[in-house]
Write a protein that binds this ligand. Structure first.
Ligand code: FCB
Length: 476
């Protein structure tokens, strides 16, 4: 991987704009390990993963990819890739274990060492403050459905910015609050594993509030030049048909999947149709005067995580008892679950069984071009899991991942040509890691990790991505 082809992108290749940010992304709980070291206390993901039956194979993040101890080696891998940016997350329970009070110096020191190493390698650190690892103590007090958690988050944001603001210029408050609210509190497949529809809506509101309060805390602690952002996993929605019923199903999912965050954060309002659709669940009286204005604190860019499109249709008649339909368990789609069904998109699949469809990313970026003019966009996650194996020579051939990344980068290029203001792209992920409820069974890395030995082996896709970065675009 040290020999990179730096020939210019050919006439038939796709060149990206000068200054385009090329990166990879990771998250603290998925790679760090060292779960009980230097004052770190359990997060909701430690508790959840240690609860039997919650994570495939009983896997936990106790050791993960041992990045806490192998940080220097991992930064060297980033340097060999030639990335301009690296997106990582700060573990709240490592920095402020109980979610209140002073910061733990050893926790902050880890991120100081990481960011120093990145800067020394010429890589811009992009720090996410919350990638799902709430201190368990705060969950015990009520978690995200409780308003005070948003206030605690703002204090934590200020602490971290005060400690790292001299070296980190690019900040993200939250990663995918939709997953944290609805997978965590409505259907319970993520930590903390609650199945309480109203709590999920409360959590969503408190994420918006915490994002706004956190943005204010960051601005107060950081130089004016610092960037503040938010990352959403917006659902790229397609109706099965153009029928009024299918279009209404899309509207419902758009409300509780996308606009529940977009409207407060960019327009300072709640979607009226969402309030109406969820009237049987809550009256939204937990939204206080001033909350939505606080949520709408201006930000510098929006991060988009995209993997697959979602095809939606109106629900058919409900099957009667004994119809042989398995109980799918609680739904994350609060207020919409009775009215919609999801239709598998056609085409090839990744190891997650997610359809490979780069057009969905193009569609999403054009929607944002039209709905959020003036808001720069970064693709903060995109990538694919495949069943990668090292061959006898120790090489990992992952042509499907290269195909996936190529197709999605081409879609980003097309969106830029169509006027979308996309400033960068981060592959999920640098390393194979703890894939939440799937444990270590799904490999998303550009770099293979043997979890028994912690040996890192760059896959073919790592060499391919290094070449793309060196060229500044895609080869023909
Ligand atoms: C996203 C998460 C990230 C990773 C990818 C596959 O939803 O943000 O941590 O698990 O999915």
């Amino acid at each position: 991987m040290t020999t990179l082809d730096s020939s210019p992108v050919t006439a038939t290749g796709l060149a990206f704009p000068a200054g385009f940010r090329w990166g990879t992304a990771t998250a603290a709980y998925q790679i760090e390990g060292a779960a009980a070291l230097h004052g770190r206390t359990p997060s909701i993901w430690d508790t959840f993963s240690h609860t039997p039956g919650k994570v495939l194979g009983g896997d936990t993040g106790d050791t993960a990819a041992d990045h806490y101890h192998r940080m220097a080696e991992d930064v060297a891998l980033l340097a060999r890739l030639g990335v301009s940016d690296y997106r990582f997350s700060v573990a709240w329970p490592r920095v402020q274990p109980t979610g209140r009070g002073p910061a733990v110096q050893q926790g902050l020191d880890f991120y100081r060492r990481l960011t120093d190493a990145l800067l020394a390698a010429g890589i811009r650190p992009v720090a996410t403050l919350y990638h799902w690892d709430l201190p368990q103590d705060l969950e015990d007090l009520g978690g995200w459905p409780r308003r005070e958690t948003a206030e605690r988050f703002a204090e934590y944001a200020g602490l971290v910015a005060g400690a790292l603001g001299d070296r980190v210029a690019s900040w993200t408050t939250f990663n995918e609050p939709w997953c944290a609210a609805f997978l965590g509190y409505a259907c319970g497949v993520h930590a903390p594993g609650r199945t309480e529809p109203e709590s999920a809506l409360r959590a969503a509101h408190h994420f918006n509030l915490a994002h706004g309060l956190g943005t204010a805390a960051l601005r107060a602690a950081l130089p004016r030049s610092a960037e503040v952002s938010l990352t959403l996993n917006l659902h790229a929605l397609r109706p099965l048909t153009r029928s009024a019923a299918d279009l209404d199903a899309v509207r419902r999912i758009d409300a509780v999947g996308n606009r529940i965050f977009l409207d407060p954060v960019f327009h300072g309002r709640l979607p009226e149709d969402l309030v109406h659709d969820t009237a049987g669940v809550t009256d939204w009286s937990f939204v206080r005067d001033g909350d939505l204005a606080a949520a709408a604190a201006p930000i510098d860019w929006l991060g988009i995580n995209y993997y697959s499109p979602t095809v939606v249709a109106a629900a058919g008649p409900r099957p009667g008892p004994g119809a042989g339909v398995p109980d799918a368990g609680p739904s994350p789609w609060v207020g919409a679950e009775e009215h919609v069904r999801f239709v598998p998109a056609p085409g090839p699949r990744t190891a997650m069984d997610w359809p490979v469809d780069a057009d969905g990313l193009h569609e999403l970026l054009l929607r944002l071009r039209d709905e959020l003019p003036g808001v720069p966009l970064l693709i903060t996650e995109n990538g694919a899991a495949y069943a990668d194996r090292a061959d006898p020579e120790g090489l990992v051939h992952d042509p499907e991942r290269i195909g996936y990344l190529h197709g999605h980068l081409a879609a980003v290029h097309r969106a830029i040509a169509d006027g979308a203001d996309v400033r960068g792209y981060f592959v999920w992920s640098l390393l194979d890691n703890f894939e939440w409820a799937y444990g270590y069974s799904k490999r998303f890395g550009l770099v293979h990790v043997d979890f028994a030995t912690q040996r890192r082996t760059p896959k073919d896709s790592a060499r391919w991505y290094a070449d793309v970065i060196a060229r500044g675009g895609l080869p023909a």
